[in-house]
Write a protein that binds this ligand. Structure first.
Ligand code: HEC
Length: 152
């Protein structure tokens, strides 16, 4: 066999070994540049997202939801759900406008229930303060705040 570079074979083997040793850079030293999370990522477990709302949004549920909402939630989210409240301004909250039908359409009930239970950012979690059933009433109620448009 001919050695085209003319280098002693031992040198080639050593060079190859060095190249291989340099190859795998430890991942931990190179954080992906597109995701430097300022706060820990908020992840809703898939089984929670799939959780079905066991409470039908009937009149009784909506009345219960409304009572709870107006006493516990409207302070931040607004009686009409628009999120335009003094407290939201003072606390610099970024709130969705629940009167807009688009606001919650990409959330499943399970996702809303999870956020309501556990809290998220400045949204205080209600677990331990409320029964599950009350939280489902609240979800039914906030969905009912969406203004009817020609499309729905
Ligand atoms: C202290 C102000 C505050 C109160 C009180 C509050 N929320 Fe929130 N809520 C927030 C903020 C801020 C967010 C957005 C959280 C985020 O995405 O970082 C939020 C998010 C949510 C979400 C997730 C969907 C969305 O709008 O992003 C639901 C559902 C929700 N709130 C329901 C409620 C209900 C029901 C109550 C009453 C039990 C309540 N909140 C009370 C501030 C509040």
């Amino acid at each position: 066999m001919r050695n085209p570079s003319g280098m002693p074979l031992i040198a080639l083997v050593l060079l190859a070994g060095m190249a291989m040793a340099q190859e795998p850079k430890p991942q931990s030293q190179q954080p992906a540049p597109e995701q430097p999370p300022p706060e820990p990522a908020f992840v809703i477990p898939p089984e929670e997202a799939k959780r079905e709302n066991p409470v039908k949004p009937d009149e009784v549920s909506l009345a219960q939801g409304r009572r709870l909402y107006e006493t516990q939630c409207a302070l931040c989210h607004g009686v009409d759900g628009s999120g335009k409240t003094e407290l939201a301004t003072t606390m610099q909250l970024t709130l969705r406008d629940y009167s807009d039908p688009k606001a919650l359409k990409d959330f499943t009930d399970g996702e809303l229930f999870y956020i309501l239970r556990k809290g998220k950012g400045k949204m205080p979690g209600q677990e331990g303060r409320m029964r599950d059933r009350q939280m489902w009433h609240l979800i039914n109620y906030i969905r009912s705040l969406a203004k009817k448009t020609d499309n729905n």
